[in-house]
Structure formats: structure tokens, C-alpha cells
Design a protein around this ligand. Structure first.
Ligand SMILES: [Zn+2]
Ligand SMILES: [Zn+2]
Length: 310
């Protein structure tokens, strides 16, 4: 099952050359989920060949403009393209009114169903539950109500053991039973045992999105053991400005500390301040605390691998 994220923008609110504003598109087995939709997201989707029409769920972390100013443009484009599929938006309450006002002002009645799901203040819980995965949300530490998200795969099927099935006559319909851990009785009276013919499933994969946030350990349980953690790293530790910005944004070192404490398998840093031309020093700062760190790049796709922890 495919599971990867395409990063459409890696900049914080201060504009930077060659970096778009925050938006990630996660593909889990053909389910396309967007997280945040900063200004310019539509253009980035076209540029990086993300299938715009396949997105059915959009999650907005908070209502600072760099995380949602691209949304009304996207909703309008769907209308112009005569989209029919329903679209679900998950966000804090004021966004519904903002969308309504903009649509009313342009006398637009959308040609597709738009469902708005309010994320209550400080909410923690499951927002979307599907057969193979679910999306859980949790509060972050920011100057506005802000939520992070984690997309977790449910238990994966057991793997058929090539060695074990060699020479065994197995009807096609038995494979699904065996992969689900169930034994299968054949018409000629044999019992095919799942635990003899399959091996344990790979660990479930997960992707967590934590931006914008200051340093807080309040969501470590929510993202525990995550396969790939995206955490903001707006500044380096020696560049943190005084006042609110310091409280509500994280440094590269702090992001790495969260990754280590949450037992994440890999860390992606993003939401970089426009002051940084080169981002390598941020990576170096984080790597000293958590070695499996990378910097996000606009347009790149990051596979969410299953890991066996040794
Ligand atoms: Zn931001
Ligand atoms: Zn913000």
C-alpha cells in the first residue's frame, strides 16, 4: 500500500525565495489528504504533479494566513472544474464563517458538497476513521488554537511465507484468510493454518504533522513511535527572537528533542524562517540530538517506511 507525503511548501510566514508556504499532501493507498493550504498551494500542486481532484479531505492546523490563505482559491478552482465529489474540511470554527463570507461575496454556490468539521478548542481525538488508517488530532502550543495531526495505519496483513507454502496446494480464496490470521478449511478436508504459512506483519506506519508549535511535551503520547515526524524548526537556537515568537515556534534542536523523546523513526524539519538562505546549519543542529533528520524540500516526496526497531 502506497504511503507517502508530498511537501508543497517549506517556508514560514516570512517569504523566502524558492520556498512555498505550508501544505503537505499525504497519499495513503489512493486516499489523498491535504494538511494546510498556504497561499500558492494550487500552483505548487500543478508544478509538482499532485492530483488536485483526488483530494477529499483537508485538515487545517490553525488560522494564521500562511497555513490557509490558499484554501478559498482551491475551493473556487474545484467549482470552476465542476467537481462533483464531496470535500471535507477539518478546522477551527472561524474558518467556516470565512469561507461562507467569501463565497457569498462572489455569489458562488458550490457545485459540489462541502462538509465542514469543526475542531473544538484543545481537542484531542480521531477525526477520520477508515478501514486501513485513521487521522488523530491533538493540540499544539501556539498563539492561536492550533492542532497537529497523525495519520496511522491500522494493523497490516500477515505476510505469506514463500518457503512455507512451497508444495502446498492453496486455493486462491484462502490467501485472504491466511493474511488476516485466520485458518482455512479446504474442500478436501485439510486445514491450512495461518501461523504456519505466514509471518508476522510489518509494523504499522504513521506520519505526524506538528506545526506551528513552541516546545511542548504535551503531545508525546499522541505521536509515540511515529514512523515519520514532521516538526517545525523555524529558527536555530541562537537566533530565537525575544517575545511571543520564541514561545510559539520551535528551534531545530527542540524539534529533534521531540523526535527523540517520542521515539520517532525519522524526522523532517520545515517551516523555515525566511532569514535562512542555507538550511544545512539547521540540519546540523538537529542531527546532534537526533541523527535521522532531514530538511523538507518543496516538491519532494517522502516515503513512509515500515521499520523494524532493532
Ligand atoms: Zn506558520
Ligand atoms: Zn502560526
Amino acid at each position: 500500500m502506497d504511503f507517502y507525503v508530498t511537501v508543497l511548501g517549506s517556508s514560514s510566514a516570512t517569504l523566502a525565495n524558492h520556498r512555498g508556504l505550508t501544505s503537505h499532501v499525504v497519499n495513503y493507498g489512493g486516499n489523498y489528504l491535504m494538511i494546510d493550504c498556504g497561499e500558492g498551494t494550487q500552483l505548487q500542486m500543478r508544478r509538482f504533479h499532485v492530483p488536485m481532484q483526488k483530494i477529499n479531505h483537508i485538515f487545517i492546523t490553525h488560522l494564521h494566513g500562511d497555513h490557509y490563505y490558499g484554501l478559498i482559491g482551491l475551493l473556487s478552482t474545484y467549482h470552476l472544474y465542476q467537481r462533483e465529489a464531496p470535500l471535507h474540511i477539518y478546522a477551527h470554527e472561524p474558518l467556516q464563517e470565512i469561507i461562507d463570507i467569501q463565497l457569498r461575496a462572489s455569489e458562488t454556490e458550490l457545485c459540489y458538497p462541502l462538509y465542514f468539521h469543526t475542531i473544538p478548542y484543545q481537542h484531542r481525538g480521531v477525526l477520520l476513521d477508515r478501514e486501513n488508517f485513521y487521522v488523530h488530532t491533538f493540540p499544539l502550543l501556539h498563539s492561536l488554537p492550533t492542532n497537529g495531526f497523525v495519520i496511522r495505519e491500522k494493523t497490516r496483513p500477515r505476510k505469506i511465507s514463500k518457503e512455507a507454502i512451497e508444495g502446498v496446494d492453496i486455493p486462491n480464496e484462502a490467501f485472504d484468510y491466511l493474511k488476516q490470521g485466520k485458518d482455512y478449511s479446504t474442500e478436501d478436508g485439510r486445514i491450512l493454518r495461518s501461523n504456519e504459512l505466514t509471518t508476522s506483519p510489518l509494523p504499522s506506519r504513521s506520519y505526524a504533522f506538528c506545526s506551528d508549535t513552541g516546545y511542548t511535551e504535551s503531545f508525546l503520547d499522541d505521536i509515540c513511535d511515529v514512523t515519520l515526524l514532521y516538526h517545525e524548526a523555524t529558527f536555530m537556537k541562537d537566533d530565537v527572537p525575544s517575545g511571543k515568537l520564541a514561545m510559539y515556534h520551535a528551534t531545530a534542536e527542540q524539534a529533534a528533542t521531540i523526535a527523540r523523546k517520542a521515539k520517532a523513526k525519522q524526522l523532517l524539519l520545515g517551516h523555515f524562517s525566511g532569514r535562512y538562505e542555507s538550511l544545512e546549519p539547521l540540519k546540523e543542529e538537529a542531527t546532534r540530538v537526533f541523527s535521522k533528520t532531514n530538511l523538507v524540500e518543496d516538491g519532494r516526496r517522502y516515503l513512509i517506511h515500515a521499520y523494524k526497531v532493532l
